[in-house]
Ligand binder design. Structure first.
Ligand code: FAD
Length: 501
């Protein structure tokens, strides 16, 4: 295929990629890439909602800042948290003005719910528990109508193109067949999370850490990679073979659900008397881990038996129907749950305009480290982060793109192409990450894992292969190694990083 030229290249069509595209001045040409189908993303799976003090009340803004800092074990960048909260109202209002619907009361007022770690009801939701799906559907229909935006699906970004210490686009593989370059004045990484580096995750399986891998090879700086959040309540099943687990949103606990161990005891009182089931995720996941360990089991239960099944069905239609399919009725049965990898709090280091440490390269959404999550993300702050920092990236691009010259083409390197699927390596990465770089960590396990991952990454690098499987596996190895290395270096426990020695 022919090489292409664009003004702004955005790698990813989740909330961060789409919102950045919408905020780019329409006089610039934007190319959006999706690795598989445009709608395959973590954003599309988001259930709970978007955290936002939808008002100008300074006291409430301050409480959102404090909740974020407290959940993040005060390891957050306070300036970034303030920026997030101060810009939340505007960013969400813009979304609403674009026509995105959120759930409202009969009187037409927004309905706000509460999730773990929040001191007030400030989570906007849509379709009950279909927030991500609805927001993405609406934004996609807007993007598709914009003449300056081109969406290319089934096209994987393999590597960034770096010329004279600045990024000038990326090398892509279309339909796992044709290989070409897309040149851009500005490039945004919006590739989302890293769930596939673990054996069980709530993430879309596209989340193989591609943005992290590409940015690492290009020489970007990373921060806080050790802070991986495990969601406490992924639906448990003994027979699941896929890495992907179905999430039961925290909002179910927000509406009053309890956690019980296999002896049916409500156990959160032992771990966080004040907030109980609505303590931040690091505390709840670590409590569940402890209960599973003490009871020699691999799951606990979510108890909604004291709540009205009719209300639960209306409030959480997606979760209700999925549980029903698995044989459980919300409001009548105990639902088996276990923690699963959910969110990377660290990532590619950026400033408040989402600029990375390399010229003309930005990172937004889950692949970025903006400083807002600290050692543990506050629930529903990530969709808000996507909105606020994608808008900031677009603003910076609109103000600076004119000064950039048209980029010159580079030679396309020949790479061999073999039919390897790398499954044994992917499994090995997941097994080591689950065993040693999960909720509870120790020095010996981390050091062993780091050695294994370094060997895997070195071997893969020695034998390049022009396939999606190869690049995904290489990105998984690099991402996992960066997490393990940071986890080994951080000796103290903090937020979702729990070291026992
Ligand atoms: C089940 C679930 C529920 C959640 N619920 C909430 C919630 O209620 N509230 C909240 O705030 N957060 C929630 N989160 C977290 C939140 O959804 C994510 O952090 C956020 O959506 C990430 O958005 P993103 O744009 O960074 O990435 P994503 O939405 O994951 O999008 C990534 C995009 O990058 C593309 N991509 C990846 N690699 C490549 C490549 N190499 N080449 C081309 N394209 C590529 C993918 O195709 C995709 O289009 C949830 C997460 C999950 C998994």
């Amino acid at each position: 295929m022919e090489n292409k030229h664009t003004d702004v290249l955005i790698i990813g069509t989740g909330l961060s990629g789409l919102f950045a595209a919408i905020n780019i001045d329409p006089k610039y040409h934007v190319t959006l890439l999706a690795k598989t189908k445009v709608s395959n993303s973590n954003s599309n799976l988001a259930q709970g909602g978007i955290a936002c003090e939808y008002n100008e009340n300074k006291e409430l803004h301050e409480s959102h800042i404090q909740d974020t800092m407290r959940a993040g074990a005060y390891f957050n960048d306070e300036v970034a948290v303030k920026y997030l909260v101060d810009n939340a109202f505007d960013a969400v209002k813009y979304l609403v003005n674009l026509g995105v619907d959120f759930d409202v009361s009969k009187a037409g007022d927004f309905l706000f719910t509460k999730e773990g770690g929040h001191s007030t009801n400030r989570i906007l939701h849509s379709g009950g528990d279909a927030t991500g799906h609805n927001v993405i559907k609406d934004l996609l229909s807007i993007v598709r109508k914009r003449e300056n935006i081109e969406i290319i699906d089934n096209t994987m970004a393999l590597d960034l193109i770096k010329q004279d210490n600045r990024i000038t686009g990326c090398i892509v593989l279309r339909n796992q067949a044709s290989y070409y370059h897309i040149y851009a004045k500005k490039t945004i990484i919006a590739t989302g999370g890293v769930g596939s580096v673990y054996g069980s995750t709530t993430n879309d399986l596209n989340a193989t850490g591609d943005g992290i891998g590409m940015a690492y090879r290009a020489g970007c700086v990373f921060q806080n990679m050790e802070f991986v959040q495990f969601h406490p309540t992924a639906l448990y099943s003994e027979f699941v073979t896929s890495r992907q687990r179905f999430l039961i949103s925290e909002a179910v606990r927000g509406e009053g659900a309890y956690l019980r161990n296999v002896e049916k005891e409500r156990f959160m009182i032992k771990y966080d008397k004040e907030r109980m089931e609505l303590a931040p995720r690091d505390i709840v996941s670590q409590a569940i881990y402890r209960e599973m360990y003490d009871t020699w089991t691999d799951h606990v239960y979510l108890d909604t038996k004291h709540l009205d099944p009719k209300y639960l069905e209306k409030r959480f239609p997606t979760i209700f129907n999925r549980c029903k399919k698995e044989g459980y009725i919300l409001g009548l049965d105990l639902i088996p749950v276990a923690p699963a990898e959910h969110f990377l709090c660290g990532g590619i280091k950026t400033d408040l305009s989402a600029k990375t440490t390399i010229s003309n390269l930005y990172a937004v959404g889950e692949s970025s480290y903006t400083g807002i999550h600290g050692a543990n993300r506050l629930a529903s702050n990530s969709l808000l982060e996507c909105l606020v920092f994608s808008k900031a990236a677009a603003k910076d691009i609109n103000n600076s793109i004119e000064s950039i010259d048209q980029v010159s083409q580079t030679a396309i390197k020949g790479i061999p192409n073999y039919n390897y699927n790398y499954k044994p390596i992917r499994k090995k990465i997941g097994d080591y990450m689950d065993e040693h770089v999960s909720i509870v960590r120790n020095e010996q396990g981390l050091a062993l894992t780091l050695n294994v991952l370094t060997d895997i990454e070195n071997n893969l690098t020695k034998y390049p292969n022009l396939t999606k499987y190869y690049y995904e596996t290489l990105n998984m190895a690099s991402t996992a190694r960066l997490i393990a290395k940071a986890a080994l270096e951080r000796k103290e426990s903090k937020g979702c990083h729990l070291r026992i020695n």
